[in-house]
Design a protein around this ligand. Structure first.
Ligand SMILES: C[S@@+](CC[C@H](N)C(=O)[O-])C[C@H]1O[C@@H](n2cnc3c(N)ncnc32)[C@H](O)[C@@H]1O
Length: 274
């Protein structure tokens, strides 16, 4: 960890930002979040990172406190990400969160899903068939895209409308209450260019059959992608949906596993087969 920090990280840009924001007071702290690591507890890692940074930048380390510059270290097994928090406002705070629904997606993850789905460019039209409180749609609307959402739960529809209207008042009626396992719902949204969603895991609204839900989403997404659309699905059950998609040779599937709130869901990126 010491050599990783000393050899790989370059905090010059961060220092420039911090100087502009008038936040550099010569102190720093370290926050570690580690899972599946064989080489020591979080506090051991914290000390290693702190000594590597002190040696390189001559800042003084503040133990057990949050300094103006907080070095964030996330480790999962052999994978590590080092970042720096330089502002008080957390990156995930969003003005559009008017109604907070249980199970809402983390905004930064929602923003990343939208970026993956829209990376081909053009003028994306995004549909979230399981929109909940509309985090994905709010992020897409903030990135300047046209959006539509569907949810079977009237309470979620209400929350989604409130949140989305905070980004763009004209989008209030873009949310409908409907069942997205129905082919009719998919047909209605066939003019979208990107389906971006995080699939229900059965906690908020009871699902009669997970397999049936994933089968119908698989069928809808396969047809959607065959028509030239892109689809990005966040799910804890990638195998359930892949079974259905693999029957369909026309779809190329890319998997990216992420760490999120103690779980490791998978981002499935579906594109037309080349
Ligand atoms: C994981 S949550 C989505 C959370 C959302 N991304 C957010 O940030 O609030 C899944 C949503 O799927 C909805 N849902 C479950 N079954 C459905 C169905 N058959 N048709 C449409 N929506 C459904 C649930 O009501 C729930 O709001």
């Amino acid at each position: 960890m010491h050599s990783l920090v000393a050899g790989q990280s370059d905090l010059r840009k961060t220092i420039e930002h911090a100087q502009r924001a008038d936040r550099l007071d010569g102190t720093f702290s370290v926050t570690v979040s580690a899972a599946h690591v064989p080489y020591g507890t979080s506090s051991v890692i914290e000390q290693e990172v702190a000594s590597a940074i002190s040696a390189r930048y001559e800042w003084s380390y503040m133990e057990l406190q949050r300094a103006p510059i907080d070095i964030r270290v996330f480790i999962d097994g052999t994978w590590a990400l080092i970042g720096v928090r330089i502002f008080d406002e957390p990156l995930s705070r969003r003005a559009y969160r008017v109604v907070n629904l249980r199970g809402a997606l983390r905004p930064t993850v929602a923003a990343a899903l939208v970026r993956i789905a829209t990376s081909a460019g053009g003028r994306p039209r995004v549909w979230d068939p399981f929109c909940g409180s509309a985090t994905i749609l709010c992020e897409a609307a903030e990135q300047g895209y046209e959006v539509w959402g569907t949810d079977i739960d009237p309470e979620a529809v209400e929350a989604a409308r409130e949140n989305l209207a905070a980004v763009n008042r004209e989008y209030w009626n873009r949310i409908e209450c409907a069942d997205s396992t129905s082919p009719k719902t998919w047909k209605k949204h066939q003019s979208a260019t990107a389906v971006v969603t995080n699939l229900p895991w059965g906690k908020q609204v009871a699902i009669k059959s997970k397999q049936a839900l994933y089968d119908s989403v698989g069928a809808g997404a396969a047809e959607f992608v065959r028509r030239g659309g892109a689809s990005v699905l966040l799910t804890t059950e990638p195998k359930l949906i892949e079974q259905r998609l693999k029957r369909d040779g026309a779809v190329q599937i890319e998997e990216r596993r992420i760490g999120l709130l103690g779980q490791t869901p998978t981002i499935l990126v579906l594109q037309p087969a080349k």
